[in-house]
Design a protein around this ligand. Sequence first.
Ligand code: SAM
Length: 255
Amino acid sequence: MEEITIHEFDFDLINEFFTELERQGPGSPEETIRALSFIGNLSNKTKIADLGCGTGFQTIVLAQNTEATITALDLYAGSIDKLNATAGKLGLQNRVKGIVGSMDNLPFQNDEFDLIWSEGAIANIGFEKGLNHWKSFLKKDGYIAVTYESWFTDKRPTEIEKWWLDAVPEIGTIGHNISIMQKTGYIPVAAFTLPENCWIDNYFIPQKARQEEFLKKHAGNKTVEDMIAFMRREADLYSKYKQYYGYVFYIGKKM
Ligand code: SAM
């Protein structure tokens, strides 16, 4: 039987599900701060772009751990409304601005940013294409920090390989991704894997109650039932195969 892939679900439906959760992808404040520790020359003049920010959990962590001005961009307007409301509540509206836009057609000036951030989102444009496109908006010596799905081993069982090749066709090993970073004009500064709690405690466990609620709200909707089944399978596959893959934070400096 052919398995359904994530691309077959409606973008609005996926986002309606996820915007009620704190995060829309694996990660944690600790790992965002760890990645930030590799970035040089941060000051109150620093300009950051956070691409595919979702409701902006990591955007707020960046704002609270720097004095930078941050433009956070996402394609889904509901997430941006939520981020701007959170920034307002926290008194960060002067330094954090969420805007609706697409990461493959950025509304920015060349050399505008000191740092481009993106957690769990670069696969939407493609790792190599994203690194290439985003580079022009970075100043020379500016930094990029992205998390991206990566293989931890050269070989892995067919079941998990097929799942990820459907979801992210260009998924590669950490070494391969570092070489792409170098090829696209960045000096690799650091790469580290996200620990399991980023997936389990901050991504899969919070989904459980939302899945029940969503199934009730959309009772009888076959697409919703398939989407929730897909999410549950994603969690099962992670517990079965987590030694083979995960998110890796890649940090580079524009040459
Ligand atoms: N960075 C957030 C986090 O880690 O919680 C969200 C990650 S979520 C897995 C991926 C995000 O990318 C979603 O919010 C989605 O709306 C956004 N996205 C997908 N395609 C996009 C595009 N072409 N341009 C901008 N954002 C996009």
